[in-house]
Design a protein around this ligand. Structure first.
Ligand code: FDA
Length: 393
């Protein structure tokens, strides 16, 4: 029988950080993970450089059925606390854009930091460990696993969401929550590329690899970032961000001319270069391929701009200012960076992350119904929620 004060299930960002912080408080801690390797999502995050936090992280950057829930943890372990830890380890980092901090070298630096913090705190990490059952005892919890039986006073569930099943994602955390009578909100893929209906997909596939500056809007939320055309549909930061606000059936609004007034530009072209073709005029603002493909998409006759009547000119300007797309769906958990929904925050204390129904049962990280924007916010939630639970296990 393996006896610990704390067992953490899941050796990802939240689980490892929570384990180290609990160990520092003198608790004996075991981390169990079914995967061969720990921190696999960290290793592949940020294109291998891990966008480990965001300088501007606040509760406003998160989706949650209770928008106030994440305030407490985020304010008690902040981005600046994690940045100090990264600096303590001498890990070089830089701001890429919009407050997003990335390692200069490798995401492995962050995993090594977590392992080192766990070692200092005498945390025992076991991989390839299947959790077969979990039950409540008078003293805490009993776990039956492929690596033997465990007993602990506090149990922390840090098994993440459903995205990237090939990296070891499972619904374990949601099922465990339900086993103990906690409500779990429906889950769906977030920060995920859109797929398109066949006609749009075929035409726009011509632009595969091209990115344009856009405002993307859905359900009263707007992001100003790049939209990337792919052979499957639409991706890039603007699309990933807005995908978390999109529900099947919703229309996506794209403003493809955020830095210039397209109607004014067309009027000027009609005055100064009346014989230039629509595609030639559009090529002033967009790559040539974009101009030609948008003409095809809208069935605009590629004629000299002087031949456009005011209705046609308005239609062209209207398209660039508010291109309305009906996505076919998203690429789903196969490529999503996060999972929306999860363990209902009404079931948890925002101060401790402990279940209100079951003493000493904690849920942290992505398994909870708290989902950050793209840009380091999800790791910050893993650090902050992990730290909060670590103070009370
Ligand atoms: P995480 O998924 O990290 O860890 C869960 C752990 O639980 C895993 O080790 C898993 O093996 C284990 N587990 C699952 N089921 C189990 C079971 N049944 N038994 C035992 N163990 C089990 N965020 C960000 O802020 N900046 C970024 O740059 C990126 N980049 C990024 C890229 C890609 C490709 C993805 C998929 C995601 C990101 N993210 C991100 C999101 C970020 O990776 C994610 O939000 C955090 O890893 C969540 O941390 P958790 O510890 O909650 O789960």
């Amino acid at each position: 029988m393996n006896k610990f004060d704390v067992v953490v299930i899941g050796a990802g960002a939240a689980g490892l950080f929570c384990a180290a912080e609990a160990g520092k408080r003198g608790r004996s801690v075991a981390v169990l993970d079914h995967a061969k390797k720990i921190g696999r999502k960290i290793l592949m995050s940020g294109g291998g450089r891990c966008n480990f936090t965001n300088m501007y992280a606040s509760h406003e950057n998160y989706l949650c059925s209770n928008p106030h829930f994440c305030k407490s943890a985020l304010s008690r372990y902040t981005q600046w606390d994690f940045i100090s830890l990264v600096a303590e380890y001498g890990i070089a980092y830089h701001e890429k854009t919009l407050g997003q901090l990335f390692c200069d070298e490798s995401a492995a630096d962050i995993v090594n930091l977590l392992v080192s913090e766990c070692r200092k705190a005498n945390v025992e990490i076991t991989t390839r460990c299947e959790i077969l059952s979990v039950s409540k005892t008078d003293e805490g919890f009993a776990l039956s696993t492929s690596m033997g039986d465990y007993e602990c006073a506090s149990l922390v569930v840090a098994t993440g969401g459903l995205s990237l099943p090939k990296l070891g994602a499972t619904p374990f955390g949601y099922k465990l929550a339900e086993q103990f009578g906690l409500n779990v909100l429906p889950t769906r893929a977030g920060l995920v590329p859109f797929t398109l209906h066949e006609k749009d997909k075929t035409i726009l596939a011509e632009l595969s690899g091209v990115a344009i500056d856009t405002y993307a809007t859905c359900n009263d939320t707007t992001f100003r970032e790049n939209t990337l055309f792919t052979h499957r549909g639409l991706s890039g930061p603007a699309m990933l961000q807005i995908s978390s606000y999109w529900q099947p059936g919703d229309i996506l609004h794209i403003n493809a001319s955020p830095t210039f007034d397209i109607a004014e530009s067309l009027a000027e072209a009609q005055l100064k270069n009346p014989d230039s073709l629509i595609t030639t005029w559009l090529s002033k603002h967009f790559p040539k391929r974009v101009a030609a493909t948008f003409c095809e998409l809208n069935r605009w006759d590629n004629k000299p701009v002087k031949q456009l009547n005011s209705k046609e000119a308005d239609a062209i300007a209207g398209f660039f200012e508010d291109w309305q797309i009906h996505p076919n769906g998203t690429e789903g958990y196969r490529t999503a960076e996060v999972t929306l929904g999860g363990v209902d925050t009404d079931e948890l204390s925002s101060k401790t992350m402990m279940s209100k129904k079951v003493e000493q049962l904690f849920f942290i990280g992505e398994v909870v119904d708290v989902t950050g924007w793209l840009g380091g916010y999800n790791f910050q939630w893993a650090w902050s929620s992990g730290w909060a639970a670590a103070q009370y296990v």
